[in-house]
Ligand binder design. Structure first.
Ligand code: CMP
Length: 227
């Protein structure tokens, strides 16, 4: 059991209130699993083996249509968890989860998760809070898909990306590991070509700067774009 893992669990959205000995027991039971970029962690409709906590990297939660069209409904980063729904409702996986960047996770198997849920009311409370937050985000995504044009959807997507995964640099700019244009397109219901054109426009206007694997976003201006 590593101290690093105990710290990760303590800082995670789910296990923050566990006592030190409970965190240590959880860390002993957690299994390290590493994934290359674009590797499928599990697929929609598979039976569930456990809950995953992201240690590093980023994952995308996707639903695919029969024609192979992919909709990305969420992205999750360090300290966040996924795979809880199928454990809670005893149904197959509700979506596929794929590594968007090189990603390290810890898996907590179903029996251990059930035991924790029974033993610790704080986990149930935090779970409900996080599920409510995710439902709010999903509602906002539906609203955005129905009411905004593609320029507005891209602006809102970039703001959400910056808020959820960005590092504030303190000068009005936010740094974030850049998703591919295809992933952005699959998140906002448009084509890769449209995203490439719109991102080039934002770059030309100095609202987005791309450097290596990073994007730098001017948060204030992007927010006005979304209105
Ligand atoms: P599960 O159904 O076990 O497997 C797919 C996982 O994707 C699911 O658990 C959640 O952890 C996650 N997930 C599904 N829908 C959403 C959503 N709207 N927002 C964030 N995460 C989601």
């Amino acid at each position: 059991m590593s101290l690093e893992l105990v710290e990760l669990l303590r800082r995670s959205s789910l296990f923050a209130e566990l006592a030190q000995n409970e965190l240590e027991a959880l860390a002993r039971a957690a299994e390290l699993r590493e994934f290359a970029r674009d590797e499928v962690i599990f697929a929609m409709f598979e039976p569930a083996d456990g809950l995953y906590v992201v240690a590093s990297g980023r994952v995308k939660v996707c639903i695919s249509s029969a024609e192979g069209k992919e909709l990305i409904i969420a992205t999750l980063g360090p300290g966040q968890f996924f795979g809880e729904m199928a454990l809670l409702d005893d149904e197959p996986r509700s979506a596929s989860v794929v590594a968007q960047l090189t990603t390290t996770t810890y898996r907590i198997r179903r029996p251990e998760f059930s035991r924790l849920l029974d033993a610790s009311p704080s986990i149930g409370r935090k779970l409900l809070r996080e599920l409510s937050l995710r439902l709010r985000r999903a509602n906002a995504q539906v609203e955005s898909l129905v009411t905004l044009d593609v320029v507005g959807r891209l602006a809102r997507y970039l703001i959400d990306l910056a808020r959820q995964h960005g590092q504030i640099l303190g000068n009005g700019w936010v740094a974030v590991r850049r998703p591919t244009h295809q992933d952005i397109a699959n998140s906002i219901g448009t084509t890769r070509e449209t995203v490439t054109r719109l991102m080039a426009d934002l770059e030309q206007r100095g609202l987005v700067v791309n450097e290596g694997k990073m994007s730098y976003l001017k948060e204030e201006v992007l927010r006005r774009e979304g209105e």
